[in-house]
Ligand binder design. Structure first.
Ligand code: SF4
Length: 62
């Protein structure tokens, strides 16, 4: 399972980073990066939480 970011929607507010700092990173230019190529099975609940909590609906799992 991968995390897909719609960068046209992301406003770099860091909600996802707060939920799953091991999977998301914001750099000094407010550019979001997904730091995992695949979500480990035991991290799926937090990935789903990040998707659900993103206020811009910029995340999805595929
Ligand atoms: S929670 Fe959504 S809008 Fe905020 S940084 Fe993450 S992807 Fe972007």
């Amino acid at each position: 399972m991968k995390i897909i970011v719609d960068f046209d929607r992301c406003e770099a507010n860091g909600v996802c980073v707060g939920i799953a700092p091991d999977m998301f990173e914001l750099d000094d230019n407010d550019q979001l990066t997904v730091t995992v190529a695949e979500v480990d099975a035991d991290r799926v609940p937090d990935a789903e939480e990040a998707v659900a909590q993103c206020p811009k609906a910029a995340l999805r799992l595929a």
